[in-house]
Design a protein around this ligand. Structure first.
Ligand code: NAD
Ligand code: ZN
Length: 366
């Protein structure tokens, strides 16, 4: 078992990663229950594929489980689902000292985490992420949220889990396209500040995507350790360090907005193309060697991810794409903080990016 500690001031929690961990989860998670019962919230896809394994191991450890199965998909991160979930958890008698288990991808993790942040002014929760994106990103760091008419993730709270249990084998049932989308966030950590890890991705990415258990575990552990380090330096995104995690996300957000935030372009696919664009734009500004930008695009493309506007299905004008960026919640004081790079592993936050120039660049990319 690989264990990564997330240390935040006076609090800390462990992220445990092991192939097959779900089948042994009972003994590991037992200590997080107040009594002998766990409420497990999941979605309908994960209920059919992963819940039986988790339920069997909890039951073998003497626990009873109360499953709550929600519809799959981004639309579950809503006020209606939040309100219904809170009511159900209250009816089940959840107390502050309970830990609700969130079994699923980022949608379930974000919704359950947010519900637990407000239930009785904060009860515990355990993340058992089942998508690669959730295993390398959303399950750690404490950001929880729902979506509203005004935009994605605008209503939420910082609420850290009590524990995170990751079984890379859960990815066996995840559709290949979702694995690829999560892989974009893996590569992101190498591009931010770990060039050796990017080299590792170039050498091992294919194995990982094909399901190699060692490659998966190594990638998840390295990603989580990177995220834990960045979050520990800036838990509430006040100093700008945590913003590094948004590499590729400003461009990516614009592509997602242009394609309607849906299955046409998954979040991680938008991020992949966004990172490729951020590196090409950095090269165009002569901040980054052109060869590094080429390596980034080549690797993401080899992983089956989109790296051009056409591949992302976002054939809009630069002006239109920039207007989507301006709706991004990360805009501060009329300036868009933009993540650019001086090379692979040398990402930095640029504060005064000229948006008219970004629009021209995007027009050249069409
Ligand atoms: P998701 O939760 O919708 O999961 C993707 C799809 O895979 C769903 O259809 C789901 O039912 C299915 N699925 C999940 N695990 C499966 C498995 N093992 N086998 C078969 N099917 C499975 O999406 P996601 O990509 O995991 O997460 C996206 C969400 O995460 C977004 O809402 C995003 O805002 C959020 N997010 C949050 C943070 C954070 O820090 N809190 C970070 C990044 C993303
Ligand atoms: Zn992301």
């Amino acid at each position: 078992m690989t264990v990564v500690a997330v240390s935040l001031g006076d609090r800390s929690y462990e992220v445990a990663i092991e192939a097959g961990a779900l089948a042994q989860a009972g003994e590991r998670l037992k200590g997080y229950a107040r009594g002998s019962r766990f409420v497990v919230v999941t979605d309908e896809n994960v209920a059919g594929t992963q819940l039986p394994k988790l339920a069997a191991s909890l039951e073998a450890a003497g626990m009873t489980i109360e499953p709550i199965v929600l519809p799959a998909g981004e639309s579950t991160k809503s006020w209606d689902q939040l309100s219904a979930l809170c009511d159900r958890l209250l009816r089940l008698g959840i107390e502050r000292s309970d830990s609700v288990i969130a079994l699923g991808g980022g949608v379930i993790g974000d919704l359950v985490g947010f519900a637990c942040s407000i239930l009785k002014r904060g009860c515990g929760f355990v993340q058992v992420p089942t998508t690669l994106l959730a295993q390398v990103d959303s399950s750690v760091g404490g950001k929880t949220a729902i979506n509203t008419a005004a935009g994605k993730n605008l209503i939420g709270a910082f609420h850290q889990p009590s524990h995170v249990l990751i079984d890379p084998d859960t990815l066996d049932t995840l559709p290949r396209r979702e694995v690829g989308a999560g892989y974009a966030e893996v590569v992101k950590y190498g591009l931010i500040d770990d060039p050796d890890f990017f080299d590792w991705c170039e050498a091992n990415g294919e194995k990982l995507l094909a399901g190699d258990p060692q490659a998966r575990t190594r990638a998840i552990a390295t990603s989580i350790a990177a995220k834990a380090r960045i979050v520990a330096a800036d838990e509430r995104e006040t100093t700008g360090v945590r913003a590094l995690l948004n590499l590729g996300h400003t461009f990516g957000h614009a592509l997602e907005a242009e394609t309607g935030f849906g299955s046409r372009l998954l979040h991680g696919e938008g991020v992949a193309c966004g990172m490729a664009l951020a590196f090409r734009y950095s090269a165009r500004l002569r901040l980054c060697p052109a060869g590094d930008a080429e390596r980034v695009s080549a690797h993401l493309k080899a992983a089956g991810l989109p790296v051009t506007l056409a591949e992302a299905g976002a054939d809009a004008s630069g002006e239109t794409l920039v207007s989507h960026m301006l709706h991004d919640k990360k805009m501060a004081g009329g300036k868009l903080p933009f993540l650019l790079a001086r090379g692979i592993g040398k990402t930095f936050l640029a504060k005064d990016v000229d948006l008219a120039d970004v629009a021209r660049f995007l027009d050249e990319e069409r």
